[in-house]
Design a protein around this ligand. Sequence first.
Ligand SMILES: [Zn+2]
Length: 66
Amino acid sequence: MAKINTPWHAKGNERIRCPFPDCTHIAEVITKIHCRLEHGMERHEVEKLYGLPKSVFVKHPFKAGS
Ligand SMILES: [Zn+2]
């Protein structure tokens, strides 16, 4: 099976955040189901209105600044 490579799928250590305003959903994949259940619209509609997911790098989640 070919590797899935769309803006809705994170690559490597990356995570992506849902582009919907006020949505803090961060995941490796922003699913169609998420858009449908959480926002009541299709993923392509979210993209049209709010753009693509933003990359979020999660490197050292346990390292808190001090
Ligand atoms: Zn969302």
